[in-house]
Design a binder for this molecule. Sequence first.
Ligand code: BJW
Ligand code: ZN
Length: 260
Amino acid sequence: MHERSSDDVREEHVRAVAGRLRAARAVTVLTGAGVSAASGVPTFRGRDGLWRRRRVEELATPAAFARDPRTVWEWYAERRAAVARCVPNAAHEVLSRWSRELPGFLLVTQNVDGLHERAGTADVVRFHGSLWEVGCWAGCAGVPRRWRDERVAFDDLPPRCPSCGAPLRPGVVWFGEAIPTEALERLEQALACELFLVVGTSAVVYPAAGLLDAAAARGAFTVEVNPFATDASGRVDLALRGPAEDVLARVDAVLRGAPG
Ligand code: BJW
Ligand code: ZN
Protein backbone atom coordinates (compact mmCIF):
# COMPACT_ATOMS: atom_id res chain seq x y z
CA MET A 1 0.00 0.00 0.00
CA HIS A 2 2.87 2.36 0.76
CA GLU A 3 5.27 3.61 -1.83
CA ARG A 4 8.04 3.25 0.74
CA SER A 5 8.53 0.89 3.66
CA SER A 6 10.93 1.33 6.54
CA ASP A 7 13.13 -1.51 5.24
CA ASP A 8 15.89 0.94 4.41
CA VAL A 9 15.76 2.53 7.88
CA ARG A 10 18.82 1.14 9.62
CA GLU A 11 18.27 -0.86 12.78
CA GLU A 12 21.04 1.09 14.53
CA HIS A 13 19.09 4.32 13.91
CA VAL A 14 15.90 2.75 15.27
CA ARG A 15 17.86 1.67 18.35
CA ALA A 16 19.45 5.10 18.71
CA VAL A 17 16.02 6.78 18.81
CA ALA A 18 14.68 4.18 21.27
CA GLY A 19 17.72 4.80 23.49
CA ARG A 20 17.19 8.55 23.44
CA LEU A 21 13.46 8.10 24.18
CA ARG A 22 14.35 5.96 27.18
CA ALA A 23 16.97 8.40 28.48
CA ALA A 24 15.28 11.77 27.81
CA ARG A 25 13.63 13.59 30.68
CA ALA A 26 11.37 15.42 28.23
CA VAL A 27 10.29 14.45 24.71
CA THR A 28 8.19 16.45 22.26
CA VAL A 29 6.66 15.01 19.10
CA LEU A 30 5.27 17.27 16.38
CA THR A 31 2.96 15.45 13.99
CA GLY A 32 1.45 16.27 10.62
CA ALA A 33 -0.92 14.75 8.10
CA GLY A 34 1.44 11.87 7.22
CA VAL A 35 0.70 10.27 10.60
CA SER A 36 -2.92 9.79 9.50
CA ALA A 37 -2.11 8.67 5.95
CA ALA A 38 -2.21 4.97 6.83
CA SER A 39 -5.67 5.54 8.35
CA GLY A 40 -6.85 6.70 4.92
CA VAL A 41 -6.91 10.45 5.63
CA PRO A 42 -5.44 12.26 2.60
CA THR A 43 -2.44 14.52 3.21
CA PHE A 44 -2.61 18.14 2.06
CA ARG A 45 0.28 18.37 -0.33
CA GLY A 46 0.63 14.87 -1.72
CA ARG A 47 -0.80 13.63 -4.99
CA ASP A 48 -4.21 13.11 -3.28
CA GLY A 49 -4.00 16.46 -1.53
CA LEU A 50 -6.12 18.43 -3.97
CA TRP A 51 -9.86 18.89 -3.60
CA ARG A 52 -11.74 19.77 -6.78
CA ARG A 53 -8.35 20.80 -8.21
CA ARG A 54 -7.87 23.41 -5.48
CA ARG A 55 -4.84 23.78 -3.24
CA VAL A 56 -5.18 23.97 0.54
CA GLU A 57 -3.71 27.48 0.39
CA GLU A 58 -6.77 28.56 -1.68
CA LEU A 59 -9.41 26.94 0.54
CA ALA A 60 -8.08 27.30 4.07
CA THR A 61 -8.27 31.07 4.35
CA PRO A 62 -10.73 33.51 5.92
CA ALA A 63 -11.02 35.24 2.52
CA ALA A 64 -12.09 32.01 0.79
CA PHE A 65 -14.73 31.45 3.47
CA ALA A 66 -16.00 35.02 3.28
CA ARG A 67 -16.30 34.71 -0.50
CA ASP A 68 -17.94 31.29 -0.62
CA PRO A 69 -18.77 29.69 2.75
CA ARG A 70 -20.82 26.94 1.12
CA THR A 71 -17.97 25.61 -1.03
CA VAL A 72 -15.50 25.75 1.86
CA TRP A 73 -18.02 23.94 4.08
CA GLU A 74 -18.53 21.25 1.42
CA TRP A 75 -14.82 20.47 1.77
CA TYR A 76 -15.07 20.29 5.57
CA ALA A 77 -18.31 18.25 5.51
CA GLU A 78 -16.70 15.73 3.14
CA ARG A 79 -13.62 15.52 5.34
CA ARG A 80 -15.74 15.03 8.48
CA ALA A 81 -17.62 12.16 6.84
CA ALA A 82 -14.38 10.60 5.56
CA VAL A 83 -12.49 10.92 8.87
CA ALA A 84 -15.47 9.48 10.79
CA ARG A 85 -14.97 6.28 8.79
CA CYS A 86 -11.23 6.12 9.61
CA VAL A 87 -9.60 4.59 12.65
CA PRO A 88 -6.27 5.36 14.31
CA ASN A 89 -3.27 3.42 12.92
CA ALA A 90 -0.13 2.02 14.56
CA ALA A 91 1.56 5.45 14.60
CA HIS A 92 -1.31 6.96 16.63
CA GLU A 93 -1.34 3.91 18.93
CA VAL A 94 2.40 4.07 19.64
CA LEU A 95 2.32 7.83 20.30
CA SER A 96 -0.68 7.34 22.57
CA ARG A 97 1.20 4.72 24.61
CA TRP A 98 4.28 6.96 24.87
CA SER A 99 2.06 9.86 26.01
CA ARG A 100 0.83 7.73 28.90
CA GLU A 101 4.06 5.90 29.75
CA LEU A 102 7.01 8.21 29.08
CA PRO A 103 7.61 10.95 31.64
CA GLY A 104 7.78 14.46 30.17
CA PHE A 105 6.20 13.40 26.86
CA LEU A 106 4.21 16.02 24.92
CA LEU A 107 2.40 15.60 21.62
CA VAL A 108 1.88 18.70 19.50
CA THR A 109 -0.17 18.07 16.37
CA GLN A 110 -1.00 20.12 13.32
CA ASN A 111 -3.72 17.59 12.52
CA VAL A 112 -7.36 18.50 12.95
CA ASP A 113 -8.78 14.99 12.42
CA GLY A 114 -8.96 13.98 16.11
CA LEU A 115 -7.30 10.58 15.53
CA HIS A 116 -4.63 11.17 18.22
CA GLU A 117 -7.43 11.82 20.70
CA ARG A 118 -9.38 8.76 19.50
CA ALA A 119 -6.24 6.66 20.07
CA GLY A 120 -6.32 7.81 23.71
CA THR A 121 -3.33 10.18 23.60
CA ALA A 122 -2.94 12.15 26.80
CA ASP A 123 -2.86 15.94 26.63
CA VAL A 124 -2.82 16.62 22.86
CA VAL A 125 -1.74 20.18 21.96
CA ARG A 126 -3.77 21.12 18.88
CA PHE A 127 -1.83 23.72 16.92
CA HIS A 128 -4.34 24.08 14.07
CA GLY A 129 -7.63 23.55 15.95
CA SER A 130 -10.13 20.79 15.29
CA LEU A 131 -12.34 19.58 12.47
CA TRP A 132 -14.84 18.69 15.20
CA GLU A 133 -15.34 22.19 16.55
CA VAL A 134 -17.20 25.19 15.16
CA GLY A 135 -17.55 28.86 15.99
CA CYS A 136 -19.77 31.76 14.96
CA TRP A 137 -18.31 33.52 11.90
CA ALA A 138 -19.78 36.79 13.15
CA GLY A 139 -18.22 36.19 16.58
CA CYS A 140 -21.54 36.96 18.30
CA ALA A 141 -21.82 37.04 22.09
CA GLY A 142 -24.66 34.49 22.21
CA VAL A 143 -22.39 31.43 21.87
CA PRO A 144 -18.93 30.36 23.12
CA ARG A 145 -15.97 31.24 20.88
CA ARG A 146 -15.65 27.57 19.86
CA TRP A 147 -17.69 24.48 20.72
CA ARG A 148 -17.72 20.80 19.83
CA ASP A 149 -19.95 19.76 16.93
CA GLU A 150 -19.62 16.19 15.69
CA ARG A 151 -22.21 16.22 12.92
CA VAL A 152 -21.20 14.40 9.77
CA ALA A 153 -24.37 15.24 7.85
CA PHE A 154 -25.83 18.71 7.43
CA ASP A 155 -29.31 19.69 6.20
CA ASP A 156 -27.93 22.81 4.63
CA LEU A 157 -24.50 24.37 4.14
CA PRO A 158 -23.15 26.48 5.66
CA PRO A 159 -24.62 25.47 9.03
CA ARG A 160 -25.93 28.48 10.96
CA CYS A 161 -25.18 29.96 14.38
CA PRO A 162 -28.00 28.98 16.76
CA SER A 163 -27.83 32.43 18.34
CA CYS A 164 -27.51 34.96 15.50
CA GLY A 165 -28.01 32.97 12.28
CA ALA A 166 -24.60 33.89 10.80
CA PRO A 167 -22.68 31.03 9.15
CA LEU A 168 -20.81 28.75 11.51
CA ARG A 169 -17.11 28.39 10.73
CA PRO A 170 -14.99 25.24 11.16
CA GLY A 171 -12.93 25.40 14.37
CA VAL A 172 -9.63 25.13 12.52
CA VAL A 173 -6.79 27.61 11.98
CA TRP A 174 -6.69 29.09 8.49
CA PHE A 175 -3.75 30.88 6.84
CA GLY A 176 -3.25 34.31 8.31
CA GLU A 177 -5.00 33.34 11.55
CA ALA A 178 -3.32 33.13 14.93
CA ILE A 179 -2.44 29.82 16.55
CA PRO A 180 -4.87 29.14 19.46
CA THR A 181 -3.76 30.70 22.75
CA GLU A 182 -4.13 27.33 24.55
CA ALA A 183 -1.53 25.88 22.16
CA LEU A 184 0.86 28.84 22.39
CA GLU A 185 0.70 28.60 26.18
CA ARG A 186 2.24 25.11 25.89
CA LEU A 187 5.20 26.24 23.77
CA GLU A 188 7.61 26.72 26.64
CA GLN A 189 6.99 23.13 27.76
CA ALA A 190 7.15 21.84 24.17
CA LEU A 191 10.53 23.44 23.47
CA ALA A 192 12.15 22.50 26.79
CA CYS A 193 12.84 18.95 25.65
CA GLU A 194 15.90 16.77 25.15
CA LEU A 195 14.44 14.93 22.15
CA PHE A 196 12.23 16.48 19.45
CA LEU A 197 10.62 14.23 16.85
CA VAL A 198 8.98 15.67 13.75
CA VAL A 199 6.72 13.05 12.19
CA GLY A 200 4.72 13.06 8.94
CA THR A 201 4.84 16.74 8.09
CA SER A 202 6.16 18.56 5.03
CA ALA A 203 7.33 21.27 7.47
CA VAL A 204 6.33 24.13 5.17
CA VAL A 205 3.65 25.72 7.36
CA TYR A 206 4.83 28.17 10.00
CA PRO A 207 4.98 28.75 12.91
CA ALA A 208 4.61 24.96 13.48
CA ALA A 209 7.60 24.13 11.25
CA GLY A 210 9.78 26.51 13.26
CA LEU A 211 9.32 24.55 16.50
CA LEU A 212 11.99 22.13 15.31
CA ASP A 213 14.63 24.87 15.07
CA ALA A 214 13.54 26.47 18.32
CA ALA A 215 13.87 23.13 20.16
CA ALA A 216 17.24 22.46 18.49
CA ALA A 217 18.47 25.94 19.50
CA ARG A 218 17.68 24.99 23.08
CA GLY A 219 19.73 21.83 22.82
CA ALA A 220 17.23 19.15 21.77
CA PHE A 221 18.37 16.23 19.60
CA THR A 222 16.07 16.30 16.56
CA VAL A 223 14.71 13.38 14.54
CA GLU A 224 12.50 13.29 11.45
CA VAL A 225 10.24 10.37 10.53
CA ASN A 226 8.93 10.65 6.98
CA PRO A 227 9.10 8.42 3.89
CA PHE A 228 10.28 11.38 1.82
CA ALA A 229 12.74 14.25 2.22
CA THR A 230 11.13 17.50 3.39
CA ASP A 231 12.03 21.08 4.21
CA ALA A 232 13.06 19.80 7.64
CA SER A 233 15.35 16.99 6.49
CA GLY A 234 18.50 19.08 6.24
CA ARG A 235 17.93 20.58 9.67
CA VAL A 236 17.51 17.44 11.80
CA ASP A 237 20.19 15.41 13.55
CA LEU A 238 18.75 12.14 12.26
CA ALA A 239 16.22 11.37 9.51
CA LEU A 240 14.43 8.00 9.50
CA ARG A 241 13.17 7.69 5.95
CA GLY A 242 10.06 5.50 6.29
CA PRO A 243 6.32 5.60 7.06
CA ALA A 244 5.44 6.65 10.61
CA GLU A 245 3.22 3.63 11.32
CA ASP A 246 6.14 1.36 10.51
CA VAL A 247 9.11 3.29 11.92
CA LEU A 248 7.41 4.24 15.20
CA ALA A 249 6.27 0.64 15.70
CA ARG A 250 9.88 -0.51 15.25
CA VAL A 251 11.17 2.09 17.72
CA ASP A 252 8.44 1.07 20.17
CA ALA A 253 9.34 -2.62 19.85
CA VAL A 254 12.95 -1.84 20.82
CA LEU A 255 11.81 0.45 23.63
CA ARG A 256 9.60 -2.27 25.08
CA GLY A 257 12.15 -5.02 24.58
CA ALA A 258 15.29 -5.74 26.54
CA PRO A 259 17.56 -2.71 26.99
CA GLY A 260 19.89 -2.59 23.97
C1 BJW B 1 4.10 10.37 5.76
C2 BJW B 1 3.39 9.26 5.47
C3 BJW B 1 3.45 8.26 6.34
C4 BJW B 1 3.00 10.70 3.83
N1 BJW B 1 4.22 8.43 7.46
N2 BJW B 1 4.83 10.63 6.79
C5 BJW B 1 6.99 32.41 8.08
C6 BJW B 1 6.85 32.44 9.46
C7 BJW B 1 5.59 32.45 10.06
C8 BJW B 1 4.43 32.41 9.29
C9 BJW B 1 4.58 32.38 7.91
C10 BJW B 1 5.83 32.39 7.33
N3 BJW B 1 5.66 32.37 5.99
C11 BJW B 1 4.33 32.34 5.75
C12 BJW B 1 3.65 32.35 6.90
C13 BJW B 1 2.18 32.30 7.01
C14 BJW B 1 1.52 30.94 6.94
C15 BJW B 1 2.45 29.88 6.30
O1 BJW B 1 3.12 29.14 6.97
N4 BJW B 1 2.43 29.79 4.98
C16 BJW B 1 3.29 28.83 4.26
C17 BJW B 1 2.43 27.93 3.38
C18 BJW B 1 4.31 29.60 3.49
N5 BJW B 1 1.14 30.54 8.28
C19 BJW B 1 0.00 30.95 8.82
O2 BJW B 1 -0.75 31.70 8.23
C20 BJW B 1 -0.30 30.50 10.23
N6 BJW B 1 -0.65 31.61 11.04
C21 BJW B 1 0.19 32.62 11.26
O3 BJW B 1 1.32 32.65 10.84
O4 BJW B 1 -0.38 33.62 12.01
C22 BJW B 1 0.31 34.83 12.22
C23 BJW B 1 -0.59 35.67 13.09
C24 BJW B 1 -0.16 36.04 14.35
C25 BJW B 1 -1.01 36.81 15.16
C26 BJW B 1 -2.27 37.18 14.70
C27 BJW B 1 -2.70 36.77 13.47
C28 BJW B 1 -1.87 36.00 12.64
C29 BJW B 1 -1.51 29.56 10.25
C30 BJW B 1 -1.29 28.30 9.49
C31 BJW B 1 -2.58 27.49 9.44
C32 BJW B 1 -2.43 26.22 8.62
N7 BJW B 1 -3.70 25.61 8.44
C33 BJW B 1 -3.82 24.35 7.72
C34 BJW B 1 -5.31 24.08 7.48
C35 BJW B 1 -5.98 23.70 8.79
C36 BJW B 1 -7.42 23.46 8.60
C37 BJW B 1 -7.73 22.27 7.74
O5 BJW B 1 -7.23 21.17 7.98
O6 BJW B 1 -8.49 22.45 6.82
O7 BJW B 1 -3.21 23.30 8.48
S1 BJW B 1 -2.93 24.31 6.17
C38 BJW B 1 -2.51 22.60 6.28
O8 BJW B 1 -1.06 22.51 6.33
C39 BJW B 1 -3.01 22.12 7.65
C40 BJW B 1 -1.84 21.32 8.14
O9 BJW B 1 -1.90 21.19 9.57
C41 BJW B 1 -0.67 22.10 7.65
C42 BJW B 1 0.61 21.31 7.57
O10 BJW B 1 0.49 20.28 6.65
P1 BJW B 1 1.21 18.89 6.95
O11 BJW B 1 0.60 18.25 8.13
O12 BJW B 1 2.67 19.07 6.97
O13 BJW B 1 0.73 18.03 5.68
P2 BJW B 1 1.42 17.92 4.22
O14 BJW B 1 0.39 17.32 3.33
O15 BJW B 1 2.02 19.18 3.79
O16 BJW B 1 2.63 16.89 4.43
C43 BJW B 1 2.38 15.53 4.73
C44 BJW B 1 3.72 14.85 4.93
O17 BJW B 1 3.47 13.51 5.32
C45 BJW B 1 4.60 14.77 3.68
O18 BJW B 1 5.91 15.22 4.00
C46 BJW B 1 4.63 13.29 3.33
O19 BJW B 1 5.87 12.87 2.79
C47 BJW B 1 4.40 12.68 4.68
N8 BJW B 1 3.83 11.33 4.69
N9 BJW B 1 2.71 9.47 4.25
C48 BJW B 1 4.89 9.59 7.66
N10 BJW B 1 2.80 7.09 6.16
ZN1 ZN C 1 -23.56 33.92 16.16
